[in-house]
Design a protein around this ligand. Sequence first.
Ligand code: FAD
Length: 621
Amino acid sequence: MSSYPLRKPSMEAAQAFVEVDFDFIIIGGGTAGLPIATRLSENPNVKVGLIEAGVLHSDDPVIYTPRSLGHANNPDYDWVFTTEPQANAHGRVISVPRGKMLGGSTGINYMGWHRASKIEYDAWKLLSDTDGAWDSDEIFSFIKRAEAAVPELENHDLYTSFSRSPDDVVNHGIPRSEAVGINGPIKTCSQKVYTDNVPAFIQACNTLEIPTNANPYGGHTFGVYDVRKNVDLETGKRVDAAEAYYVPVASRNDLKVVTGAHATKIEFKRKSDGDGKLIASGVHFVVDGNSFVANASKEVILSAGAIQTPQLLELSGIGNATRLAGFGIQPLIDLPSVGENLIDHIFAPVQYEVKPGIRTFDELRNDPVFRAEQEALYKSEKTGWMASTDATAAFVPLKWTVGESKFAAMIQALEETITKERDSLSPLQRAQYEIQLDWLRRGETPQVLIAMLSLGVINPEEGKSYFNMVSTLQHPFSRGSVHISKVDALSQPTIDPKYFSANFDLEALLAVHRGVETLAETEALKAVIERQTFPPVSLKEDKDLTDCLRQAFTSGSHYMGTAAMTRRSLGGVVGNNLKVYGTANLRVADASIIPIPIATLPQATVYAIGEKAADLIKNDW
Ligand SMILES: Cc1cc2nc3c(=O)[nH]c(=O)nc-3n(C[C@H](O)[C@H](O)[C@H](O)COP(=O)(O)OP(=O)(O)OC[C@H]3O[C@@H](n4cnc5c(N)ncnc54)[C@H](O)[C@@H]3O)c2cc1C
């Protein structure tokens, strides 16, 4: 472990940090930053420094008890950012959760471990230069490197047995034994506790011809299944980037981590030879109001996440030159797409009260004796309800949700809008929309995730139990932005996801809501549901429900795209080697490089980005 405390900011640690001549400095100790730091420091001959604004929370039950999820939305763990008032959501200001700690957002996320369909990762290639383009095989191989799935036999995927019949189960694509990693740092497992709503949901999906997918890791995600979780079956704890990647190698001499240290700017020199590229040579940071500069002789890697990576680029002089000049920042590289292309998934709940006797995770709220038993079981055996989260979900193409004729009308209207607005779209949007339209028309790739969740219950009555079917939109057409609001790294940037700026997103969300209503009408779900408690059942008309969706939706907390890895001519910020265009040695590696919406819970993909970045850097040096 570091000789300096990582649990609180330390001036001595900051001073010792800047006295090292680093080869590599990584900004942000999160989902991608920690894999990069730990993989690079496998070579004892390089010196690696990592600057993280949050601190280490080892053994904090708020983080590591799976059932505590949702309790970390306060400044001890979270940046607690918010959006600009959203024009298409009655001016609502929406919460933007982001983990602030060693481990980043993996310390506060919901632990769903998932990957997108192959076709979605293959689209990255369509948007990039040919040389070194990423594709699904490559991303799958790096996800495999990051993960350790508990072998099936030891932790059987019980959910397949809940299907109506074996005919409802599909198992296709790359065989699971080849697709899934077993030796990586991130331990993942299947659910051990299934509450009564889960079998009902799976059977309801089967009734509506959504198959049970026994191998959602093989390249085809369509179907209903239990999403694996990054929970360690042996310890019963959340597995985050800090515990999985950093803690086991913390005593390495060549790896120095400074926490409570807020990076404020990247320092550059300009190359004197022909290409005149910028060379990143150091990083400014502050600890408790005191400024420091650390030096890197080889590379600086920016892994501050999709909100703060563009902020730091702009503060360092990389971005839209006119915008930067307006803030009095000398533009070093005119890259107008920095901070553009902000993508987020959109979530909207439908809440149901269950019939008496049906058990959901609300048992823990309603029955103090049961809760005490479960807490004791967790303490002694590291298992039971406290070690569990609910993660059953259906990934479904929009076509299924809507029905053929309505779907055809929706697509036609969407195509007309895109054609009409073509001149005002960015080159990247035009390319993305073509790809997204193709996915929609084919009707095989899920655009929709319906998640079975017991979290976020609205106004629960004592003694009653509930679950939510959360409709989520995974391939939105709306694009927002993140930009600096002042020349102050410590203040939050202006975050404007522009939710529903593409009207299609709202129509699609309404269609998903209708799909959820149909699911609730199946015999399987009717057997467990007492009544719908949100949205109010009195809201029947499309117009009223649409209004309710504008009021009730939340961010999926899956921000991506703000430093997109695409061709420069399309408005890319980084190339296939993750280097920022116009720089010789500044790379971005985090969720901001994801170029197009992907229908997945993104952390496994971001870990893969970190793993791949480490490989690219090792190969170059
Ligand atoms: C509430 C919530 C629930 C989620 N649920 C899931 C889920 O179930 N499954 C899933 O797959 N994904 C989920 N996600 C999304 C997933 O966790 C993120 O997409 C992913 O972790 C992002 O990784 P990143 O490396 O881009 O950023 P992060 O992991 O957030 O890392 C960025 C790091 O940089 C640090 N940093 C930022 N600015 C600075 C600075 N100026 N100086 C120093 N350090 C800085 C931050 O403190 C942070 O540690 C969820 C996210 C949230 C917030």
